[in-house]
Design a binder for this molecule. Sequence first.
Ligand SMILES: Nc1nc2c(ncn2[C@@H]2O[C@H](COP(=O)(O)OP(=O)(O)OP(=O)(O)O)[C@@H](O)[C@H]2O)c(=O)[nH]1
Ligand SMILES: [Mg+2]
Length: 518
Amino acid sequence: MPAESTLRHKLSKRLKISNGKSKNENGGNKKLLNSRVNDGKLEISIGKSNKNSKGENIKARHRAMDGKRKLKSNGKGNIVFRGQGSDEEVYEPRRYETMNSDRKRKRIYAADGDDIGRVYDNHAGAHGKKTLSKKGFEVVENHVQFSFVEQESVRKSRTIWDKGLAMKVNKSKPDSNKKVNASQIKLQGMSGSSLKKTVGDKKSFDGDSQAQDDQPKKKKKRVIRIDPYDTSNKRLDDGLIPDENAKKDMEKNVEMSKNAQFRAIQPSPSILSFVEDNLLGRRRPIELRRAGYNIDLSAPLDNIPFSTSSERERIEENIFRNKLEFFAAAKVSSSFPAPDLPEIAFAGRSNVGKSSMLNALTRQWGVVRTSDKPGLTQTINFFKLGTKLCLVDLPGYGFAYAKEEVKDAWEELVKEYVSTRVSLKRVCLLIDTKWGMKPRDHELISLMERSQTKYQVVLTKTDTVFPIDVARRAMQIEESLKANNSLVQPVMMVSSKSGAGIRSLRTVLSKIARFAKV
Ligand SMILES: Nc1nc2c(ncn2[C@@H]2O[C@H](COP(=O)(O)OP(=O)(O)OP(=O)(O)O)[C@@H](O)[C@H]2O)c(=O)[nH]1
Ligand SMILES: [Mg+2]
């Protein structure tokens, strides 16, 4: 009958009751649950013959009203089948009950199948979620709960439902294969973690003596006995006061870190006022605006403050108003152009800002190529500034994206140029304010000292550090080079980016053009 089968299907779905066959230990197949619809009522019978061992007829009747069924314990170990709105109750006396998941069907095999019946209890909201315990056993967590109410007559060990758990039981009790007593069964109905804990406890109980053996032995306290006559014992030296010489040595050894040394530098008042007057160092735009500079312009500090014009004011130094023109590049000294004009060369490490400075001085950005990648300028580039001055952009030394031998060739070329060029009137030695002087800078300085080439230190990228650090760096370099003869004081400080100090540099360099004779 289709109506019957539909109802049965619906009910079994709601109850999540397995009415399939399962094997008992006696080897026989046993129909666990039968149901049928009779006059609009659903009858559920448990067991093969609807009779238990005592010959009582076990029938569960439910009205098929809305299909909702509740199966619960009456608290006396009996299981009650109660249909909604039904007044019929069927008792299964002193059986163990199992509460199955709504997803997983678990089978329980009784040691002696005749004595132990079964009732499935449907728990609303059961999940049947599986987790894998650390030891690799599959444990049904919380959701499939098997609480056994033990039948008094049957206190025998029972086979466990779950393969994983059976394995666990086997582990702890190797003799009773697939059998466990009721208390153990209850344990296995617990959550995975508590189960693990219990098993662990059992393990620890079993192997108590072994565990005690395994426990790390308490470390014996090491007793250090100091021989009062043994002067070789270093511990005895700890309390001794070092003599004067040793004290001096210690003081020498305790050197301040480079950073601490730098922070300890006290800049001279003239340097400090120069830094403040030219707004050198890292400044906030609001500060520049308050000082009267138009921050919408590139290199805004290279202008006259409080200028009413939205355009940049004219460069004060006439020589720098001339057009900047590239006219020669040299890879070797033989390619140098004729020394007809006084030359100002810009030397320094790669990426220090040499090419940028040429652009900033002349405000002709783009004439000299610049790059954030060290090693762009690879030849000595000669630029005419009008008819009276030549600006020379030198390749950098130190780190650059070029082969070692190529870099060596550049360095040699630069050295040759600064030491032999007759028309060279000044070398601007550019030093990154942040990093200060490096060994290669000192190398070039000593070469220029030997060749008596006039040079002036120019700190670049001052906008990258605090104003006080600009002043400290200038002071540091002035102090370290004050004994040098070819050095032209003062140390200049500029930023091609903000334009700070550029006007001062122009003033200094324009004097060379004015007075130099080739
Ligand atoms: N923040 C800041 N960056 C600058 C300044 N001057 C130059 N730069 C940047 O520094 C990088 C290198 O500038 P260049 O002028 O190409 O340096 P260079 O010394 O000619 O480098 P090489 O030709 O490789 O030797 C570029 O990205 C510039 O934009 C400055 O005053 N401040
Ligand atoms: Mg360059």
